[in-house]
Ligand binder design. Structure first.
Ligand SMILES: *Cc1c(COP(=O)(O)O)cnc(C)c1O
Length: 422
């Protein structure tokens, strides 16, 4: 599409956007009485208005039924995770039995590593992208230590070529091949939080499997941002949080995917809890763990109803809008942002790949001088991106609640900044 930097053009795109009404489903943040341009959906998604009602329902059942809410609540708490799996599965391209909503992200990452990282004397290495989210780095580091290994030796970090900011798929695949005898697992982000690069999970999984390694992904920045096909790609496991693109509230719950092929493998190591035990026999309170089939067999504790109620409500919006439709709009919205930013390329460098197949909605921008100052200025103008040390501004226009007019306004603010301040 031929873009134009004008308010009229942006408004025209909004008028032709069949998803535009979803913006009304969210509480927009205000700045001086006007809605901000919120660009932090990659960090904490806005609150869907219907979340309050969903949580109120559970509070009401708790108030009126007490413990009986487990059986007689509108959504009986005993089975609560079942109410989320179908819609969650659609987002990650999984069978409902391959998905469970539980715990928090980093805890789930550890649980998955317990099952899928079983180092031997020769095959013990973990491959991840350099500059992964710190929680993932700490998780991998301590997983290696847990098995008596030296993280310096056990962890292979994939680094971009000199002078480049993102990884080339061919280089990732070559590294897998190079470590084919020692590689135990590839554990990467689906989308890197800093650069916004979307990795080719299908190719990476196939390469890992071809050398006898497992492949797992942290989809914190992918879930709800881009459609993925975990089942078809034969990914072994994946984990994600729900408070970023999935708009389920601060500290919200997390999702786990375990491929069907691992659904009934008693030999898989796992750290178990009573909620993962065979549902029919759970309350017999007997010795001897019998896992539920599929991902549900990895549950530890009884469901966290309040954060899961928020997630349930938010997932319904995704089910209605459709992740493929959202992606279509997202590609256009991000392409428009890229077009707007390119007018300032003497001051800004976009480090996120230009290829739409290698990115989600986020663009990461290095400001050549005084990035923090520009960031602070944008905030005064009601534009809310986020700042990541050392030098990146991340902007994530989200198709559910950001508009093309939002993106146009970013250009207006940048013009004001670079004209008056430089
Ligand atoms: C946001 C994010 C986290 C955060 O982990 P929590 O356990 O939810 O606090 C971890 N890993 C990645 C890749 C993230 O983007």
């Amino acid at each position: 599409m031929q873009f134009t930097n004008s308010l009229e053009f942006a408004k025209d795109l909004d008028a032709n956007d069949s998803l535009a009404t979803y913006r009304n489903e969210f509480h927009l943040i205000n700045h001086n009485g006007k809605p901000c341009v919120y660009l932090c959906g990659n960090s904490l998604g806005l609150q869907p208005k219907r979340v309050r009602e969903a949580i109120d329902q559970e509070l009401k059942d708790w108030a009126e039924l007490g413990v009986e809410g487990h059986f007689r609540g509108k959504n009986p708490w005993l089975y609560y995770h079942h109410f989320l799996t179908e819609n969650a599965a659609k987002i990650v391209g999984a069978l409902p039995s391959e998905v469970v909503i539980m715990n928090n992200l980093t805890a789930n990452l550890h649980l998955m590593m317990v099952s899928f990282y079983k180092p031997t004397a020769t095959r013990y290495k973990i491959m991840m992208e350099a500059g992964a989210f710190p929680s993932d780095m700490y998780a991998m580091e301590t997983q290696a230590l847990h098995h008596g290994l030296n993280p310096e030796d056990a962890i292979i970090e994939l680094k971009p070529r000199a002078g480049e900011h993102t990884l080339r798929t061919e280089d990732i695949l070559a590294e897998i091949e190079q470590h084919k005898d020692s590689l135990a697992i590839v554990m990467m982000g689906g989308v890197n939080y800093y650069t916004g690069q979307l990795f080719d999970m299908q190719a990476i999984t196939a390469a890992a499997h071809s050398v006898g390694a497992k492949a797992g992904f942290d989809l914190a920045h992918a879930a709800g941002n881009i459609p993925v096909k975990l089942h078809d790609w034969k990914v072994d496991f994946a984990v994600w949080c729900t408070y970023k693109y999935l708009n389920s509230g601060p500290g919200g719950t997390s999702g786990v995917f375990v491929h069907e092929k691992h659904a009934n493998k008693p030999e898989l190591n796992r750290f178990a809890g009573w909620w993962g035990h065979d549902e029919q026999a759970r309350f017999q309170m007997k010795k001897g763990f019998i896992p539920m089939q599929g991902a549900a067999g990895w549950q530890l504790s009884n469901a966290q109803i309040l954060p899961m109620a928020a997630h349930k409500a938010s997932l319904e919006i995704f089910a209605e809008a459709g992740i493929e439709n959202l992606r279509k709009k997202s590609e256009l919205l991000t392409a428009y942002l890229e077009f707007i930013l390119k007018a300032f390329s003497q001051h800004l460098q976009i480090i996120t790949p230009a290829d739409p197949n290698q990115r989600g909605c986020q663009l990461s921008i290095i400001v050549k001088e005084n990035g923090k100052q520009l960031f602070d200025f944008l905030e005064t103008q009601g534009i809310l991106p986020d700042w990541r040390e050392p030098d990146v501004i991340r902007m994530s226009p989200v198709p559910l609640y950001n508009s093309f007019e939002d993106v146009f306004k970013i250009g207006v603010a940048l013009e004001a900044y670079f004209e008056t301040w430089h």
